[in-house]
Design a binder for this molecule. Structure first.
Ligand code: HEM
Ligand SMILES: *[C@@H]1O[C@H](CO)[C@@H](O)[C@H](O)[C@H]1NC(C)=O
Ligand SMILES: *[C@@H]1O[C@H](CO)[C@@H](O)[C@H](O)[C@H]1NC(C)=O
Ligand SMILES: *[C@@H]1O[C@H](CO)[C@@H](O)[C@H](O)[C@H]1NC(C)=O
Ligand SMILES: CC(=O)N[C@H]1CO[C@H](CO)[C@@H](O)[C@@H]1O
Length: 324
């Protein structure tokens, strides 16, 4: 009786400890972890400046589907269609996958079978965000890589442009984020770009009464219309998410919205909807407040449904489960 209770207490203890990540998880097992990631992302970002935005989006797509467990990095095979091969992932940047692969190769040389792909993605994202001017925040480490990556698990777990604000707020709430945190996370759209097809419905044939979304600034519409004139034939055409300071991580995204310079419908909706608008105004007026909120929300995003202990593994290659 005493024995089984003791075991139960011990088991509980193990579960609680396992569920805890720590910022210095690799201190002894891979002392160069931080340095290797920083070198890899720096080289990559300098040669390919689109890497930071691509990686930030990749991280968010990883964490919202199955938790932050590198499930998004798994390649499909003849038995399984993986997450990354679902429609919405088509536009995930190849360079984001590439920077993670590079870091993994370097880390396997320095400390084999030690660092999870999920941790690499979390740490690389933080370093890239900081490199392009965003806030520094703590990255908790010790995630394991997941055993599941299925295209069918994506729907309903990632936001899409045809969702209403009710649906979007509900989705973020389910992932653990209040409206204020959602607005802070959207500040990610201060970098990177979107392909024309994501916003052409706002600039061409918008409605019977207006050729374009009347919330948009007319010269912005004119510029985008020109840029996207061949979008049906040239599907690679894309516009910066933040037209004013596209490559810099700052609060310009929020300043753009009241001026009709939001690119995607969700961006403009953030300013229209009464539930999100106050935070948009707050972050537009105060970059420090935005950086603090963003740092906090990114630290939290990295903890969504993480796997520890036997609930995952440290993959040898980020695009394959070890058992394959
Ligand atoms: C309602 C929520 C959201 C919607 C509907 C949405 C939608 C989109 C769409 C359609 C694109 C363009 C993709 C392309 O054409 O290549 C995009 C880009 C991007 N999104 Fe979001 N997004 C949302 C929230 C977020 C959040 C929370 C983050 C990060 C924390 C994020 C980070 C990014 C980044 C960095 C890019 C640029 C990617 C690149 O340049 O490769 N988004 N988003
Ligand atoms: C919403 O958009 C996604 C792609 O972004 C698409 O797969 C889905 O079918 C759309 N849903 C509706 C109801 O139109
Ligand atoms: C807009 O509508 C006009 C007339 O209906 C049509 O000719 C044109 O192809 C449409 N443009 C786009 C981009 O859908
Ligand atoms: C669209 O195509 C036309 C004809 O090929 C070309 O002259 C024009 O420069 C293209 N526009 C853009 C923005 O690429
Ligand atoms: C980056 C990446 O792997 N994109 C894939 C997303 O899914 C489509 C299929 O829907 C693939 O063709 C892309 O290669």
């Amino acid at each position: 009786m005493m024995g089984s209770r003791l075991i139960a207490v011990l088991l509980l203890f193990v579960v609680v400890v396992n569920a805890k990540l720590t910022p210095d998880y690799y201190k002894n097992t891979c002392p160069d972890f931080q340095k290797i990631i920083r070198e890899t992302i720096t080289n990559k970002q300098i040669s390919t400046p689109t890497t930071a935005a691509g990686t930030l989006r990749l991280f968010m797509h990883d964490c919202f589907v199955e938790g932050c467990d590198a499930s998004v990095l798994i390649a499909s095979n003849s038995f399984n269609t993986a997450e990354k091969d679902v429609d919405i992932n088509q536009s995930l940047a190849g360079d984001a996958f590439d920077v993670i692969t590079r870091a993994k190769v370097a880390l396997e040389l320095a400390c084999p079978k030690t660092v999870s792909c999920a941790d690499i993605l979390a740490q690389a994202t933080r370093d890239l965000v900081t490199m392009v001017g965003g806030p520094f925040y703590k990255v908790w480490l010790g995630r394991k890589d997941g055993f599941v990556s299925q295209a069918s698990r994506v729907t309903g777990n990632l936001p899409t442009l045809n969702m209403t604000m009710d649906q979007i707020l509900d989705l973020f709430q389910r992932k653990g984020f209040a409206p204020q945190e959602f607005v802070a996370m959207m500040g990610a759209h201060t970098i990177g770009f979107s392909h024309c097809k994501e916003f052409t419905s706002r600039i061409f044939n918008y409605s019977n009464t207006s050729p374009h979304d009347p919330a948009m600034n007319p010269s912005y519409v004119a510029g985008l219309s020109k840029l996207c004139e061949n979008y049906t034939t040239d599907v690679t055409m894309a516009a910066f998410n933040d037209v004013m300071t596209p490559g810099k991580f700052d609060n310009m995204y929020y300043k753009n919205l009241p001026k009709g310079l939001g690119l995607l419908s969700i961006d403009q909706m953030m300013y229209t909807d009464q539930r999100t608008r106050p935070y948009v105004i707050q972050y537009a007026n105060n970059q420090m407040a935005f950086f603090e909120a963003f740092a906090h929300v990114m630290e939290k995003l990295g903890l969504v449904d993480v796997k520890t202990g036997r609930k995952g593994e440290v993959r040898s290659r980020c695009d394959n489960f070890n058992s394959l």
